[in-house]
Every structure is written in structure tokens, then in C-alpha cells.
Design a protein around this ligand. Structure first.
Ligand SMILES: Cc1ncc(C[n+]2csc(CCOP(=O)(O)OP(=O)(O)O)c2C)c(N)n1
Length: 606
């Protein structure tokens, strides 16, 4: 065992461990001898970098980036400078990083460069369920697709080898299911890749039109060689079964097929792109009927059709949502391959729906109370606060993708059709990620909007990571802290006010004044997230039932600690506060018109 800073241990080679997919990706990056790893958090990918941060810093430098493009650029720079480098992101993160990836594909690498991109079939915690394989095809780079944690480790290591051998960035595609489930893994040694240094090669390293014209044919030629490599038995594994049916599958879908149809002949693809044409043709020839079982888009199915191979797939399986053994079974039943099973006995359970809510004491609640009170047209953004779009706050009118709020607000303002005050709301991490260019744009183009930055000093949505305005690195070391107020002023915003998110009156007045200002005005609503670390202001509050008129003012905060009493008093349900859930933030006290919410007897809340 080797000690790492902030880490408990680095498990030895040869050990067998139960690992989450994301831990295995981290281990694979470390075992491959990578020296630089960088990411912007995003579910389901976040734990990869968090986990790498537990390996010795002298082995691998792990850091949070301000966004995915910056992360990829740092990794590209490290690879150009001669060390293996990795970046990890969620699927939509690749949209942000794609500008660099498209050119990097032409340039190739020096040392190995690997992108771990985690898709989210079923949209557990994302804004869409795009299929990263399509990006791989567009960028003409290889995509590897593991099925379990062992393959996550092994294929990550292999990805670095492929990257160097074929001079290309490599994508390893994961999904929520793989990233967040655990399976056994045999650990390996950390390899020592050959030492390299920066190679002076302008045609290769500088993306100029004249150079790109030379490089593009090489990319196409590389694609053909990679397709042949993808057909090798290690990456296109045939598992001979009985009968004339052949299933082509990959990723998590492979494990479901094995569960519901263990006797079928299977072609398991470890590297679906570039297309393993030879392996697909040979497999098709060896069976009577081919069905492709792939999550999301029919990438393999359509490619096989284009090769003129007889194939079925999405006629039986959906293009949306996450697969499961039940879904795969249902598809195979529809294809007439499996007999219908007797109806499952439904359990007599009717679980209460639990929609996601803001936490008790969440500092974002007051900001959206202020928005409602102002009757503002609110362009939202992506973070915990997107939940304010739901009842009872219902205070966000639109939200597209990270960093879009300010641009959307400016567009609404320029349309000239809106009579309400126009406000963009976004969190501190989102502002740093992609909110700065649109703020500069709004000032430059004299948009008449207000910008409300919800500064809770963390990336709460993905579990409380640090960023450039927290003053701490990924490994928790102190570093420069970006001053958001100064940053906002530097873009040219002259009207800026910073208020405590827990002071509803001050927040409301600041937002009202901002909306009355002509031009871009900014309010920083400032209060650390209650969960990072848990900050309990004081003992909980309670309601004096006699004074409660059930007016719902406190209910509208959407605080999960506030609910109706079960019993009826004076002819109505009254409000009660769960003393375990209450964080003592006092927001409900501030909005109660009857003044009937008090600190509990042993408390000292004011
Ligand atoms: C391009 C992209 N990258 C990452 C994510 C994952 N993600 C969603 S919101 C968010 C940031 C939230 O932080 P912040 O804006 O500070 O708001 P908070 O959740 O702390 O309230 C992240 C990283 C995403 N949805 N899209």
C-alpha cells in the first residue's frame, strides 16, 4: 500500500476489489501511467476525477477545470508536452469540449490522450440523452465501450495504447449504469510509458487551413486502420451459442443480453467505432438472423444496413431511455426470440412519489421568492436552482443548457416584446463555466437585463466540488479565489450589489433596484450551500399553531421541512415544521405575516 495525500491507500496490483465503474476508470488512468487528469464535474462522471485525487500527486496531477473545453485543452497540452493525459466529462460536456476535439482529431497526439465520456440513457440527471458514439463518428476518433468495471479499467489502459499507436485522441464511453454500479476488478501495475518531449512539427501541431488539408486524408486513412483493429477478436469477441440467432451488442446492454438469452451467439463489441466492418460481416455470415441490441441510437444497426447486411434492432428496442434486463427481454419477446414469461405478480405497494426538491435551508429559495414577488420573466440555468422551475416556486420560465441564462435574457430583452422585468439567474460554478462571455456580450450590446448570481460557494448539483471561486483545489489545497464581484465589474457591469441570501428583504430590494436600472445590473445572492459542509445555523424553528392562519406564505418557499399538520385545528390544517429537517435558516420566519414561527424552546434563533 502506498500513501497518497488526502487518500487512505493505493491498492496494490494483483488485488481483487469491488469497484464502482468510475473508480475503475480512475484506476485505469493511473495504471496507464497518465500524469495529468482534468475535468469539470457532471453526473455521472464526477467521481472519476474525485477518485484520481486520492492517488499520489507525484504520480498524477488531478485538477478541476472551469469547463469541459478548458479541461480538454489542458489535457491536449499535457499530451503534446509528452505525458499521458486524460479528461472526464458527462455527455453534454463533450458539446462544450467538441470544438477542440474536432481539430485535435486531425492533429493527433504525442503521448496518449483519452476522454472518458459518460452518457446518461434514461436522463437520470441531465438535460438530454445524446449518444456520444455519434460524436466519435463526427470527430473520426475511436470509441471504446466497456460493459463492467473490469473492462472500464482494462479498456482505459488500452485506450492510451491505441491513442499513441494510431496517433489519435480516444473516447471511452460510459453510461450511468456502468459509472455508478460496482463489480469485481483485478488490479494491475502502474505502467511506465516511454519518455517523450514536445515534438516540433508545425503541420501536425498547428491547426491552420493549409495544415488541416494535409491532415484530413490521414485521418480517413487512420479510420480504416482502426476499423480493422476494432475487428480483432479481443475487441470484437464472438461468444458462440446455439441456434441460428446472432446478437450484436455492447456496453451495459451486453450484460442484459447475457442474463436473458445466455444461449445465443453473441458478437460483443469493445470498440464500436470506427466500425469493425470485418467482424460484423463475418458474424453475419455465421448466423441466420442478426439482431443488434444497443442503447440509444441505432449506430451499429444503421452502419450494418449501409454495409448491405440484413439486420434488425430498433424495431424491437426503444431509442429512448435506459435498458434493463426487463426491457431487453421485452424486445426479444417482440422479435419472437423469447417466449413471453408468466405475468409478474404486482406487489401491493403504492410508493409515495418523491419529486426532487431543494434542501431545507437552501439559500436559493429566497432568490426565487424575490423573482416571484417581482413578477420577473426569469431565464434560468443549470444547477440545483433549476428545481425552482417546479411548484410551488414556479419561478423559472426557460432553461436550455449550462451558461445560457444571460444570453437568453439578452435575447428576450432585444425582442422588445416583454413587459416584465427580465432576469437571468445562474449559480457561481455555472457563471465561471460559461456565463462570462454572455455577460460581456450583454454589456457590450447594452442589453437591459438583471443578472442574479446565486453564489453558494460550491458546485452543489454534482455533490459539492470546488471551483475557481472557492479558493481550494481538487485536492483541497488553498489557492487563489476568484472574486466574483470584481469579475462581474470587470466585464463592464457598473451596477452590482451583493446581499446575504438569507436576508429576504435585502435580497428583494436589491433585485427590485436592479430591475429598475437601465442596462445590465447584477446581484450576487451570497450564502454557502447548507450541505457543504452541513451548516446548521441553529436549533430548529416551530410553528405556534394558534397563530397560524394557513396562509401558505411559508409553504411557497418550497422548503421540504415545512408541511401541513395531519390533524385539523380551528377547522383547518395548520403548518408544522419537521425539527429534524429544519436547518434554522429563518427564511420562513421572515415571510410569515402572522409572526407565529419561533425558535424551539432550547433555541436561540432570532
Ligand atoms: C455542459 C455541462 N457540464 C456539466 C453539467 C453538470 N452540472 C449541472 S449543473 C452544474 C453546476 C452547478 O453549479 P452551480 O451553478 O454553482 O449551482 P449549484 O448547483 O451549486 O446551485 C453542473 C456541473 C451539465 N449539466 N452540463
Amino acid at each position: 500500500m502506498k500513501e497518497a495525500v488526502g487518500a487512505v491507500e493505493v491498492p496494490d496490483a494483483g488485488e481483487r476489489r469491488i469497484m464502482m465503474g468510475n473508480e475503475a476508470f480512475a484506476r485505469g488512468i493511473w495504471e496507464a501511467g497518465a500524469r495529468v487528469a482534468t475535468a469539470y464535474p457532471g453526473t455521472p462522471s464526477t467521481e472519476i476525477l474525485q477518485n484520481l485525487g486520492t492517488y499520489p500527486p507525484e504520480d498524477v496531477h488531478a485538477q478541476w477545470a472551469t469547463n469541459e473545453k478548458v479541461a480538454l485543452d489542458v489535457a491536449i497540452g499535457a499530451a503534446l508536452a509528452g505525458v499521458r493525459a486524460a479528461t472526464a466529462m458527462k455527455h453534454v460536456g463533450l458539446n462544450v469540449a467538441s470544438d477542440s476535439l474536432m481539430s485535435q482529431s486531425y492533429m493527433g497526439v504525442n503521448a496518449g490522450l483519452v476522454l472518458i465520456v459518460c452518457d446518461d440513457p434514461g436522463i437520470h440527471s441531465s438535460q438530454n440523452e445524446q449518444d456520444t458514439r455519434l460524436f466519435g463518428r463526427l470527430a473520426q476518433v475511436p470509441v471504446l465501450e466497456p460493459s463492467d468495471a473490469q473492462e472500464a479499467l482494462d479498456l482505459t489502459r488500452l485506450a492510451f495504447e491505441i491513442s499513441e499507436e494510431f496517433d489519435t485522441p480516444v473516447i471511452v464511453r460510459s453510461t450511468t449504469r456502468l459509472s455508478h454500479t460496482r463489480s469485481p476488478v483485478r488490479l494491475g501495475e502502474r505502467s511506465k510509458p516511454p519518455e517523450r518531449s514536445f515534438v516540433n512539427d508545425s503541420v501536425k501541431n498547428v491547426a491552420l487551413p493549409a495544415h488541416a488539408r494535409i491532415r484530413h486524408p490521414l485521418v480517413i486513412e487512420r479510420e480504416a486502420r482502426l476499423g480493422e483493429y476494432a475487428s480483432s477478436p479481443e475487441l470484437a469477441r464472438v461468444e458462440k451459442g446455439t441456434g441460428g440467432l446472432g446478437i450484436v451488442t455492447l456496453g451495459s446492454a451486453y450484460t442484459y443480453v447475457k442474463e436473458v438469452l445466455p444461449e445465443a451467439s453473441i458478437l460483443k463489441l469493445g470498440m464500436p467505432l470506427p466500425l469493425p466492418e470485418r467482424a460484423l460481416r463475418e458474424f453475419s455470415d455465421s448466423v441466420e438472423r442478426v439482431i443488434v441490441v444497443e442503447e440509444l441510437e441505432p449506430v451499429i444497426e444503421q452502419a450494418m444496413c449501409a454495409l448491405g447486411l440484413a439486420v434488425e434492432g430498433k424495431a424491437f428496442f426503444p431509442r429512448t431511455g435506459e435498458f434493463s434486463p426487463e426491457r431487453v427481454r421485452a424486445g426479444l419477446q417482440e422479435a419472437g426470440v423469447l417466449e413471453p414469461r408468466p405475468e409478474a405478480v404486482a406487489l401491493p405497494i403504492d410508493p409515495l412519489p418523491r419529486p426532487p426538491v431543494l434542501c431545507a435551508g437552501c439559500p436559493h429559495m429566497s432568490s426565487y421568492m424575490a423573482m416571484r414577488a417581482l413578477g420577473a420573466r426569469v431565464m434560468g440555468d443549470i444547477g440545483c436552482y433549476t428545481l425552482a422551475a417546479l411548484e410551488p416556486l414556479s419561478a423559472i420560465d426557460s432553461c436550455v443548457a449550462m451558461g445560457c441564462s444571460i444570453g437568453l435574457a439578452a435575447g428576450v430583452a432585444k425582442a422588445g416584446t416583454e413587459t416584465r422585468p427580465i432576469v437571468a439567474t445562474l449559480g457561481d460554478s455555472t457563471f465561471l463555466h460559461s456565463g462570462i462571455p454572455p455577460l460581456i456580450d450583454a454589456v457590450y450590446n447594452q442589453a437591459d437585463i438583471s443578472v442574479l448570481i446565486l453564489d453558494n460557494h460550491t458546485v452543489a448539483m454534482t455533490g459539492g466540488q470546488d471551483h475557481a471561486a472557492t479558493g481550494r483545489t481538487l485536492r483541497g489545497e488553498p489557492t487563489h479565489r476568484v472574486d466574483l464581484e470584481q469579475l462581474v465589474r470587470a466585464t463592464g457591469v457598473e451596477w452590482v450589489r451583493k446581499v446575504d441570501s438569507y436576508d429576504i428583504a435585502a435580497l428583494y430590494h436589491a433585485c427590485r433596484d436592479a430591475t429598475e436600472y437601465t442596462g445590465v445590473a447584477a446581484v450576487l445572492s451570497d450564502r454557502p450551500c447548507v450541505l457543504d459542509p452541513v451548516k446548521i445555523q441553529g436549533p430548529p424553528f416551530e410553528v405556534e399553531a394558534a397563530g397560524c392562519t394557513a396562509c401558505q406564505a411559508c409553504m411557497n418557499l418550497s422548503c421540504p421541512a415545512i408541511s401541513w399538520t395531519a390533524e385539523i385545528m380551528d377547522g383547518r390544517h395548520k403548518v408544522e415544521i419537521d425539527p429534524i429537517g429544519c436547518m434554522g435558516c429563518s427564511l420562513c420566519v421572515q415571510v410569515c405575516p402572522s409572526d407565529c414561527i419561533r425558535a424551539t424552546a432550547n433555541g436561540a434563533n432570532a
